[in-house]
Design a protein around this ligand. Structure first.
Ligand code: NDP
Ligand code: MG
Length: 386
């Protein structure tokens, strides 16, 4: 039996994880965690009957308890926790064997670290965690001998292409990107982008924050840094290639020039199920690629000038230390402000660039440094933008 914790169960990845669990008899949900969506959590609790639940927000946890009282006859009575302690408890519950890390943002750092230390495998979607704390997490993964199985579709693709290949054989990673809704646009054309425009992704249906990140190419930037940690490569070995149809999920080039790619329809349930069942391949209900119907697969070079987010991510990654934390924290705050319509679209990447320029880099930041820098960056932006 696979004993699973889902952190971020009410989100896009979390909900799709539960779809996968629903169709696999040997998967059991031990714990669920979310921030505030208690309506959906209530349904998930009734269906999956977890032993433990974390609602990050205390007021919402109270609300959930009230809601569950109305089902008191059903025998469903999970332990309900809150805050960071609750998240960590869900991630480290003694019965859990694999944690699906699918909260959005740096909030996932502590639960992931504690889960690794408790010997849990991780099905890993929460890229912001590895971007900011990769230098802490990867040595722990090694030390505790756990599997960090990528769920992000590109990294899952690379992972599949590297299956059974010795490490020295890899020459470079070809990280594919759809280019988002604004591919081919100039900076002038992006001046008046509204929230609704940026939330319209051409190929993937995802949470709000990652959808905005995809449109600015910050998502691809985060993925470049994520790949650096997951596959232990230099930034010069990671090349971003636009592939607008999102059919090729990523590729690797080996020393002899051979290129391997993983293709598929844009369905996150594939990488989620693969991570949960690795190394087994199971049937997955869903569309298949039809090469007779598919007209073309095309490639382009990304426009690094218009989409500064990608360039800034390479800069932050190459500088290393605490700079990726600044890149990520500034983006998290700027995207939140854009979604609240408090800053313009182009100000997202301008804010990141400004914060990176203001920062005195710390070479090997501790977890405490990272969390402090995150808060400092938030405060700095709030001061300037309010
Ligand atoms: P969503 O916004 O859809 O979901 C986020 C989830 O995290 C929700 O369940 C939310 O709870 C929960 N959450 C947020 N803050 C907290 C907190 N403080 N404590 C506990 N739970 C919290 O995001 P996605 O599913 O789109 O993305 C999740 C992660 O996966 C991100 O890091 C993203 O980059 C990555 N990813 C996503 C992909 C996708 O297709 N969606 C693809 C590849 C990577 P609530 O609903 O209650 O607010
Ligand atoms: Mg991705």
């Amino acid at each position: 039996m696979k004993q699973i914790a889902v952190l971020g169960s009410t989100g896009s990845i979390g909900s799709q994880t539960l779809e996968v669990v629903r169709s696999n008899d040997d998967m059991h949900i031990v714990s669920l965690a979310a921030s505030s969506n208690v309506e959906l959590l209530e349904q998930q609790i009734l269906e999956f009957q977890p032993e433990m639940v974390c609602v990050y927000r205390e007021d919402k946890a109270k609300e959930l308890k009230e809601r569950l009282k109305t089902h008191s006859m059903s025998g469903v009575n999970p332990e309900i926790l809150t805050g960071m302690d609750g998240l960590v408890a869900c991630a480290t519950h003694r019965d859990v064997t694999i944690v699906v890390a699918a909260v959005v943002g740096m909030i996932g750092i502590r639960p992931v670290i504690e889960a690794v230390k408790a010997g849990k495998d991780i099905a890993f979607a929460n890229k912001e965690t590895l971007v900011t704390a990769g230098h802490i997490i990867m040595p722990l993964v090694e030390k505790y001998g756990v599997n960090l199985l990528p769920v992000d579709s590109e990294h899952a693709a690379i992972f599949q292409c590297l299956n059974g290949e010795p490490h020295g054989g890899l020459n470079k990673i070809l990280l594919t990107a759809s280019g988002g809704p604004f591919r081919g646009k100039s900076r002038e054309e992006l001046l008046h982008v509204q929230v609704e425009d940026a939330l319209r992704h051409p190929n993937w249906s995802m949470g709000q924050k990652i959808t905005i990140d995809s449109s600015t190419m910050v998502n691809k930037g985060l993925e470049v840094i994520e790949a650096r940690w997951l596959f232990d490569v230099d930034f010069d070995q990671i090349q971003v290639v636009l592939q607008p149809q999102s059919v090729i999920h990523s590729m690797v080039e080996f020393q002899d020039g051979a290129v391997m790619a993983q293709l598929g329809t844009p369905d996150m349930k594939l990488p989620i199920q693969y991570a949960l069942c690795y190394p087994e391949r199971r049937h997955l209900v869903g569309e298949r690629l039809d090469f007779w119907k598919m007209k073309e697969i095309t490639f382009e070079k990304p426009d690094a000038e218009t989409f500064r987010g990608l360039t800034l991510a390479y800069d932050a990654g190459r500088i290393g230390g605490s700079m990726p934390t600044v890149f990520n924290a500034a983006n998290e705050k700027a995207v939140a402000l854009f979604l609240e319509r408090k800053i313009s679209y182009l100000e997202i990447t301008q804010t990141i660039e400004w914060c990176m320029g203001e920062h005195n880099n710390i070479e090997n930041p501790s977890l405490e440094d990272i969390l402090e820098i995150e808060q400092d960056v938030y405060k700095q932006i709030t001061l300037v933008k309010n």
